[in-house]
Design a protein around this ligand. Sequence first.
Ligand code: SF4
Length: 512
Amino acid sequence: MAVGVWVLPDQLHAGQAALASLPVGSGPVLLLESEASLRERPHRQKQILFWSAQRHFAAELTAAGHRVELIEAPSAAEAVPAWVRRHRLDELRLMEPADRPARRAVDALELPCRLIWLPDNHFLWSRDAFGRWAEGRRQLRMEFFYREGRRRFGVLLQDGEPVGGRWNYDSENRRPPARGLQAPEPLAFDADAITAAVVDKVERLAQTVPLPGRSLPFTWAVTRSQALAVLDQFLQERLDDFGPWQDVMVSGQPSLWHARLSPYLNLGLLRPDEVLQRLEATAAERSVPLASLEGCVRQILGWREFTHGLYHHFGPSYPGLNVLEAQQPLPAFLWRLGGSGMACVDTVLGELAASGYNHHIQRLMVLSNLALIAGWDPQATTAWFRAHYVDAHDWVMQTNVLGMGLWADGGRLASKPYAASGAYIKRMSTYCAGCRYDPKQRTGPRACPYTSLYWGFLDRHAERFRNHPRMALMVRQRDRLSGADRSGVQEACAALEWGPAPDACGPAEPSA
Ligand code: SF4
């Protein structure tokens, strides 16, 4: 029986289930470089990362003895059935993709052979195990899932109890920016010949398809060994200060102490279990502040596994949720990646244009927060995030943007909406000092759009949140505004004219 394997673009690890099922050299292995993917991940840095990492992975598999073909084609439909016929395959094996639309796209192909799906082995929790944990619970909260994960996988435990006596050190990890904060530079890699060829291809395609962002400089890791070097540098130079400064935003320092491991974890270049083991090994070798160590473990063993589990547990109806009935179109400045006139937004979008990356708090409290309080359409917002971030995949974004950022699921994921005024951004960033707006003002010519929209959001949803345990206080503050003040806020919100995005900018659904 002739058997082949198709490795999807975010499954770049030699131990992935479909590859592992095929004895080395016994059947052909396909990797596909599809131009159709430009519609779903148009940011140039993202496309270069995906294609370059895939080409490097193909070369590594070939060196290991696999019979690899990397095919450049307009789409999967135009390449895969012909490849199957050429090799006279009876069976094509794939590992289950983390993204639902990718599975739908493969299922829609008319393949002249049997298709075998193997379970995804790139997460610590299988979908079944997550389902068993979730079954019968009235509320699914990350904190309880995370503690269960610590016990189940034996991470940061001593005699069955959390190291240090507490499960959670978040309260120590919320410092505002101190004067003169200076983080180590993230590890940067020169483009080799493979990456340079991909850059040329993306630039050529950008002449016919609108692709946001800049191709160069391109400094992301594109191989497993480079990704391991990024992990090493994080453990030695960035981990200790990761915790206290994880919520701050500083102009001119797009990475701060963030690990920047998510692109590699999500492509398969790093495994979550090895990152956790290295974190614990580092703490065994030298003294690491527990709040930083636990904060990092929480991201990988907690949030990453939790959002992946929820994405599959909630199922295909989840992306359709829009509990707050948010229907505003995305503004044009999002697609231009700048030009909003707000210093915070333009700083964040400028960094995104250059690298395809913003750290978590920039995404949550600058961009998602604005989308939430301005009432942008949840699916359009989610698709925009998925299109632009190097670590964005459907399974990541549906939960993180739609659930956590926009509260479009009515609180199934986050216990409250992350709505904040300009006062929060002023406290946690250095952005406001260079802005033409005043974060304290909600009306008038210098009113900060965040502050106007925040009060407008509370006004719009006052009845919904009046008895909400974590929102009622804010609604009572809104109730104390005078009638004139509330009308002023509404006028300030209505006066924000950002202009909608042109139709051609919308990204497509993820495909294979
Ligand atoms: Fe952003 Fe408002 Fe601060 Fe300007 S004043 S940087 S718009 S939060």
